[in-house]
Design a binder for this molecule. Structure first.
Ligand code: CA
Length: 226
């Protein structure tokens, strides 16, 4: 039985793209284009997951989320929030959403979140986490929590961090990092690799300028030490 997903989005282009992509992935998809319809469908229908945009006519996504949770519906909710608005993410989680994706999002990121939430809903194994100092990396959700803040990992950061975690204490050359992160035949300059390591440090290190865990080994590459 394939999972049933309710997509709530009023922008026809995005709604259609989501519907197409998730249908192609084998899910059964229903679409609601406004908050009032969405709230009703979410409370009446039997969905395994709700993808819920914040900006909606009728009622916004927050209001829909609140109503659905008040009605005792426990269906996982994945909110679509605006990139620049940190407050939206916090609010989404406070109102009972399970996760969020910021717009504009990539299809792969969305798919990964959908899969992770459906797995969780199905009572799958507990999430795989990695503690790095005060940062907690959750590989199933592709995110890092540090100091009460949750930061999503990009697919690339996710791959690099996984590679480091599997090779802790060992030096990885930039070539090895390119191969693991971008692919065997990718041509990526050292500078680009360094930039992404820099971004990763900002998420996991207490001080990205004085890294303690993701260390640069001069002339050789990088080493991850816990
Ligand atoms: Ca919208």
């Amino acid at each position: 039985m394939s999972a049933r997903i309710l997509v709530v989005e009023d922008e026809p282009g995005i709604a259609l793209a989501l519907e197409d992509d998730l249908t192609m992935e084998g899910y059964r998809v229903s679409v609601a284009g406004d908050g009032v319809t969405a709230s009703r469908m979410a409370r009446e229908g039997e969905f395994d997951l709700i993808v819920l945009d914040v900006m909606l006519p009728g009622k916004d996504g927050f209001e829909v989320c609140r109503e659905v949770r008040r009605a005792g519906v426990k269906t996982p909710i994945l909110m679509l929030t605006a990139r620049a608005q940190e407050a939206e993410k916090v609010m989404a989680l406070e109102l009972g959403a399970d996760d969020y994706v910021t717009k504009p999002f990539g299809v792969r990121e969305l798919r990964a979140r959908v899969m992770a939430l459906l797995r969780r809903g199905a009572g799958a194994a507990p999430s795989k986490t990695l503690l790095i100092g005060e940062a907690e990396v959750n590989f199933e959700r592709a995110e890092v929590r540090r100091g009460g803040v949750t930061m999503p990992l990009t697919p690339l950061e996710f791959k690099l961090l996984e590679l480091f975690a599997r090779n802790r204490g060992r030096i990885l050359t930039r070539d090895q990092l390119v191969e693991g992160g971008w692919g065997v035949n990718a041509f990526v300059s050292e500078r680009v690799v360094d930039n992404h390591i820099g971004n990763l440090r900002k998420k996991i290190e207490p001080d990205a300028e004085a890294p303690r865990y993701l260390l640069n080994i001069r002339g050789l590459g990088y080493r991850f030490d816990e």
